[in-house]
Design a protein around this ligand. Structure first.
Ligand code: FAD
Length: 536
């Protein structure tokens, strides 16, 4: 008599059936019972700080997963609470013998602690574990092993990462989604009919434990998103359609160069697949393979190359994940922080809640910056260069506020909020890490003028200014009062005056940045000489 196999697959990110190696390995145990589970956890990175728009996106992902599983004779079991308590209770109640999940390799601190505890509890309860690394093109531990062989330091620039990537063995093949035959017959489990169903709206989601309501800044529970218009809708099914649609023009894919795409176009000028990659509705290997296929069909001779090509974008993604993993390996949980982060220079930022608030709300008085921040709130997604500009504006460019605050706001508002990518890009844009050319600063006025001379993007997202003539749409403060009056704008009333003088503060900030860099150099030199004298 073979013992009963009761398997559970725990979805966290990785909200998909295709190319899901952990899910596959659980099903390969030929379980007599199989429980695909998701735990709604208000304290997890994905919900702790979360706009109603992203909460809704997550719900759409769960509903889609549930309906895809139902087509295979299974379903999604949605639980709620602290996974380290809720899951062991279900191990016992359902007699779980096998648990599978996709590993989180970045070292995001909440996930790292949670997973460590689950592993301990599962082992103590004799539950067999199956985990797999499928959030990146190669497991981060494989990059580390190869990249640090012979005592080398891990690649910490895109150039050296590309070399490392090119030295990796052939990529694993994309796995198909399981079929009906892979799932056990669970009709009797209809006992749970009406229970464990996915939530319907953001207000159904659990509040973070131990955090008073008035201390949660991004109150998805108290808001709704009826007036918001997400850039994309959630779920693996829609993600797969979006992948096909975005890559159908093979010549466009083959010649894609990121810096040539526009951040003022009303429709995304890049693939807008990021929310699907962040939530794992699509596997990066599947996107990579789809890019290969599209390019093989291209009829144009031109081929763009990493880092600006679409393959290059996927490499940035792996590189960002690797850097987060490496930073957290040395100092757990440091990645989206200044303190203890070996990749972050310490810059003495100001702390001005009013400036920060004006930036968050799109009320800085710089129409293009405000349009971008309002697109973020309205659609949950902005183009990469738009992210560049608003991040530079908040930090080293104009407002001199800490990148940590900007990163937190993005973490809450982006549909694609991603621990590794967000941290890396904020380090980069604030010139705190990886990029140091602080004298190159985006102008919040002229940067996009050439791309969108009529300011259509501004007119859409800052409707107060829709009747301002093109000549003044990027700088309404320069318009004669009669012109503004005719456009129905009273600066300081319908729309704010600029909160800073860009030319003045950007110059000042470059000096402050130079001082911060010099101070850092001095500290490093002192540290080196102290450690050298200790060795003697
Ligand atoms: P495409 O150009 O079509 O690229 C395809 C995929 O490659 C993307 O979906 C993404 O997964 C990856 N990719 C593209 N650009 C980058 C990049 N610069 N770094 C790493 N991976 C990249 N991206 C997130 O997914 N989540 C975040 O939280 C996030 N925060 C950011 C914060 C700042 C301040 C900045 C400047 C950028 C941030 N990005 C983030 C990176 C980038 O802006 C988005 O990934 C990209 O704009 C998503 O649009 P897309 O899917 O159309 O990208």
């Amino acid at each position: 008599n073979t013992p009963t196999v009761v398997a559970m697959h725990w979805f966290r990110k990785g909200l998909r059936l295709h190319d899901n190696p952990a899910l596959k390995s659980a099903l390969e145990q030929s379980p007599q019972k199989f429980f695909p589970v998701y735990v709604l956890d208000g304290n997890a990175y994905q919900l702790l700080r979360c706009s109603p728009l992203r909460a809704n996106f997550m719900i759409e992902c769960l509903q889609d997963l549930d309906s895809s599983l139902k087509k295979l004779g299974s379903r999604l079991y949605v639980l709620e609470g602290d996974p380290t308590i809720v899951l062991p209770a279900k191990f016992e109640e359902w007699g779980v013998t096998h648990l599978s999940f996709e590993e989180d390799e970045t070292g995001e601190p909440y996930a790292a602690k949670r997973d460590e505890m689950i592993v301990q509890k599962a082992q103590a309860m004799n539950v067999n574990l199956f985990t797999a690394c499928s959030e990146t093109l190669y497991p981060l531990k494989d990059y580390m092993k190869k990249g640090t062989a012979g005592g080398k330091a891990i690649a910490n620039s895109m150039g050296s990462f590309q070399k490392l990537f090119n030295s990796m063995p052939a990529m694993k093949k994309v796995l198909p989604a399981p079929t009906k035959d892979d799932f056990p017959d669970m009709k009797e489990e209809n006992l749970y009919d009406g229970e464990f169903v996915p939530p319907k709206r953001p207000t159904d989601l659990p509040w973070p434990r131990g955090i008073p309501k008035d201390q949660v800044e991004y109150v998805w529970g108290a808001n709704d998103c009826r007036n918001l218009t997400p850039a994309v809708r959630g779920g693996e099914s829609i993600a797969r359609k979006a992948l096909k649609e975005s890559l159908k023009d093979s010549n466009w894919v083959a010649t894609f160069e990121k810096p040539q795409t526009s951040c003022t176009s009303i429709k995304p000028s890049t693939t807008a697949l990021s929310p699907y990659l962040s939530w794992g509705c699509l596997s990066p290997r599947e996107v990579w393979t789809a890019l290969d296929e599209a390019i093989s069909k291209a009829t144009t001779n031109g081929r763009s190359k990493p880092p600006v090509s679409l393959h290059g974008q996927m490499l940035w993604r792996d590189f960002n994940n690797l850097m987060a993993h490496d930073a957290n390996r040395e100092s757990p949980g440091c990645w989206n922080k200044i303190e203890g982060n070996k990749y972050c220079r310490n810059v003495p930022w100001d702390d001005d809640p009013q400036l920060l608030e004006a930036w968050k709300k799109g009320q800085t008085g710089f129409p293009w910056i405000d349009a971008t921040m309002r697109q973020l709130r309205q659609e949950g997604w902005i183009h990469h260069l738009g992210r560049h500009a608003v991040a530079c504006f908040l930090t080293r460019g104009d407002l001199w506020q800490s990148w940590e605050e900007g990163a937190k706001h993005f973490e809450a508002e982006l549909l694609d909020a991603d621990y590794a990518l967000n941290g890396f890009n904020w380090l980069w844009l604030s010139c705190s890490g990886f990029f140091y050319q602080y004298f190159r600063c985006y102008s919040p006025i002229t940067f996009q003028m050439k791309n969108d001379p009529n300011g259509n993007y501004i007119r859409k997202f800052v409707p107060e200014l829709r009747n301002v003539p093109s000549k003044y749409i990027y700088c309404p403060w320069e318009a004669p009062s009669g012109v503004l009056e005719k456009a129905g704008v009273n600066l300081g009333k319908e729309y704010p005056k600029p909160i800073v003088d860009h030319l003045e503060v950007s110059k000042e900030n470059m000096n402050r940045m130079k001082q911060a860099y010099d101070a850092q150099k001095k500290r490093e030199a002192e540290r080196k000489s102290t450690s050298a004298s200790k060795k003697q």
